[in-house]
Ligand binder design. Sequence first.
Ligand SMILES: [Zn+2]
Length: 211
Amino acid sequence: MIGEVVKYSEEEKNLVDDYTQRQNIQSNDWSDKKFEAIKSSIKSHYKEVQEYTCPYCKVKYPVKHGMAWDIEHIIPKDKKPQFMFEPLNLCVSCKDCNGAKGNEEVLVNKNRKTFPSASKDYKLVHPHFDQYEKHINAITPGDFYRPLSKKGEFTIITCRLLRFYGVVDREQPDIEIDELAKAMISSDGAARRVLEDELVKRIKLKREEAL
Ligand SMILES: [Zn+2]
């Protein structure tokens, strides 16, 4: 869980308030030049407090320059532009997770008007409201994840955590492994263990082939 939310300066606060009170707010306002400074404070704040760790895949990217990181809107700004600057809707994530998650609906009730501030409002393991370890076991961060709850399953699928860094080309995921991973996630008990064993076997094989 991220301990500390970004605190806006007086100036930043006024900018955000002025903006959110406007009539027509749209997600692409995010690229407006006037938000450049505030975006950079958001990014550096969360990079620091998250200790350069992506909240979804738990991979640590100890890269100081901004390029490795995306500002992540937990509820996508295309879905709810009104929460674009809400500190609890913001964090940083790696580009892979951010790209995979895209505009996926993460809310239990998508018609929600006020900012949902409880864990149960989200289908996803929330970087601010949920304890990751209760929902996902990152067996090898960047490689293999085991869901421990429904939220864990949803997050693994939505952020495509089973994309197997270093095993398969990130741009061209291995369809077979991907399908197997999805089947594993949606099964349980003995069936899951069988699929999991098979999956681990195939990943190892892939790795050996790659060497
Ligand atoms: Zn990530």
